[in-house]
Write a protein that binds this ligand. Structure first.
Ligand code: PLP
Length: 388
C-alpha cells in the first residue's frame, strides 16, 4: 500500500480523534523509522516516548519471539512466571513494593487512584494545573486541559486542582478527606515543565505529615528517560505509589502501578484480563535487561546534556528557539509562540520527527540508545528548521 491509500482508508473508517501528520510508518530500526515508500526518519519523539531501547531492539525481539512460542495470554486466573519476575524487578528498581499490571499509562493511573482510595479510606484527590494523566474518566478527572474534559462531564467527583510547583498550595488544599496528591515529577504534555529543585522533597514531607498518599505519575518520565530509572530518584525521595507505562515495554503495551509496602488491594478490588500478560511482561523484562546492561540511565543523562548544550548554542537573534528545558532525554524546546507546528513540519521534511506541545514547545523524547552522530544530525536539522 502507498501512504496516501492508508490515509484515505483511515479517513473513511477510523474515528477522527487524532490530529495526524501525513506520514504512514511502516517499520523501524534503532533510532530510525521508515514510511511505506521507504523514506527514513530519525525518530526524536521515540514513538511518543515509548521507544527507549531502539526500534526492533534484538534483545526485546528475541524475548518476545521466545514468549510468543510459549504462550501470549494466561489471564489473571492463573500465575505466570514473567509477571512474577517483572514485579520483583520493578520492586528493586523503584525501591517500592508490590505491582499491579495494566496495558497503558491511563490504566496505571486509574489503578493508583483506586488503590489510594482503598488504602486511605478517603476520597479526595489533589492534582495540578497543566497536568496530563490520561483519557479514562478517572485519569481525565485529574487532567487539567478543559478541552479534553468539557464534553465528558460529569467527571469523577472528589478531584481538586492546585498550581504545579507550589508546595504551599498543596498544604492549603489538603483537607480531612484528602486521599492522595497526584503529580508528574516533570510535566510532559504541558511542555516539559521541570519544577524547582526541592519541590518533590517538600511535597513528600507535606504528604507524610498530613497523612496523604503521594502518587507520582512517571508514565512519561520513567524507565530511565531522565537519567535515573525514575525521576523521583534525582531528589532521593520515595513516593507511596508510582505509575509507569510508555517505555516499559519499548512500545509493547504495558502499564505498572507500584506501591509502597502495606498499600495493597484486597481480593477482587481491581482486575484486568490482559494486564500483566506473559508477552508484555517478557518484553518489559528484556527492556530492563537492556537498560541495566547498556548503562542507559547514564547514557540518557549524557546524551541529554549534550543535546541541551548544543541546542542552547543555536539560540540567538536568527533563531525561533527561546530556551531548552528538561532532564536527560526528556527535552522541551521553547519556541516563539505559534511557530511550533511549522518547525515540526520543517523537521519532518528533512527526515527528523519531533513533536509540538501547544504552539510554543517542541518536544524531544528520542530512544535512550541514540548515538552522538544521530544527535548531531538532529541538531543540524533543528537549527535550520528554527531559523527565522
Ligand atoms: C504523564 C502521563 N500520564 C499518563 C499518560 C497516559 O498514558 P496512555 O496514553 O498510555 O494511556 C500519559 C501519556 O502521554 C502521560 O504523559
Amino acid at each position: 500500500m502507498q501512504s496516501r491509500q492508508v490515509m484515505a482508508l483511515e479517513a473513511r473508517h477510523f474515528q477522527p480523534c487524532f490530529t495526524r501528520k501525513p506520514l504512514a510508518v511502516a517499520r523501524g530500526k534503532g533510532s530510525r523509522v521508515y514510511d511505506l515508500e521507504g523514506k527514513a526518519y530519525l525518530d526524536f519523539i521515540g514513538s511518543l516516548g515509548t521507544c527507549v531501547v531502539g526500534h526492533g531492539n534484538p534483545v526485546v525481539l528475541q524475548a518476545v519471539k521466545a514468549q510468543l512460542g510459549k504462550i501470549v495470554s494466561t489471564s489473571n486466573l492463573y500465575y505466570s512466571e514473567p509477571q512474577a519476575l517483572l514485579a520483583k524487578r520493578l520492586a528493586r528498581v523503584s525501591g517500592l513494593g508490590k505491582s499491579f499490571f495494566s496495558n497503558s499509562g491511563s490504566e496505571s493511573v486509574e489503578a493508583a487512584l483506586k488503590l489510594a482510595r482503598k488504602a486511605s479510606g478517603k476520597k479526595g484527590i489533589i492534582a495540578t494545573e497543566h497536568a496530563f494523566h490520561g483519557r479514562t474518566l478517572g485519569a481525565l478527572s485529574a487532567t487539567s486541559k478543559e478541552k479534553y474534559k468539557a464534553y465528558c462531564r460529569p467527571l469523577v467527583p472528589g478531584f481538586k486542582e492546585i498550581p504545579f510547583n507550589d508546595a504551599r498550595a498543596l498544604e492549603k488544599a489538603i483537607g480531612a478527606d484528602t486521599a492522595a496528591f497526584l503529580v508528574e515529577p516533570i510535566q510532559g504534555e504541558a511542555g516539559v515543565l521541570v519544577p524547582s529543585e526541592g519541590y518533590l522533597q517538600e511535597v513528600r514531607e507535606i504528604c507524610a505529615k498530613r497523612d496523604v498518599l503521594l502518587i507520582l505519575d512517571e508514565v512519561q518520565s520513567g524507565v530511565a528517560r531522565t537519567g535515573k530509572f525514575f525521576a523521583y530518584q534525582h531528589e532521593k525521595i520515595l513516593p507511596d505509589i508510582v505509575c509507569t507505562a510508555k517505555g516499559l515495554g519499548n512500545g509493547f503495551p504495558i502499564g505498572a502501578t507500584i506501591a509502597a509496602a502495606g498499600i495493597e488491594f484486597g481480593k477482587g478490588d481491581h482486575g484486568s484480563t490482559f494486564g500483566g500478560n506473559p508477552l508484555a511482561c517478557a518484553a518489559a523484562l528484556a527492556v530492563l535487561d537492556c537498560i541495566q546492561e547498556q548503562g542507559l540511565e547514564a547514557r540518557a543523562a549524557e546524551k541529554g546534556a549534550w543535546l541541551a548544550k548544543a541546542l542552547n548554542a543555536v539560540m540567538g537573534p536568527d533563531s525561533a528557539l527561546q530556551g531548552v528545558r528538561g532532564r536527560g532525554l526528556m527535552l522541551g524546546l521553547g519556541v516563539q509562540g505559534g511557530k511550533a507546528d511549522a518547525v515540526v513540519d520543517a523537521c519532518r521534511a528533512q527526515g527528523l520527527l519531533v513533536n509540538g506541545v501547544g504552539d510554543d514547545t517542541i518536544r524531544l523524547l528520542p530512544p535512550l540508545t541514540v548515538s552522538l552522530k544521530e544527535c548531531r544530525q538532529a541538531v543540524a536539522v533543528l537549527e535550520e528548521a528554527l531559523a527565522v
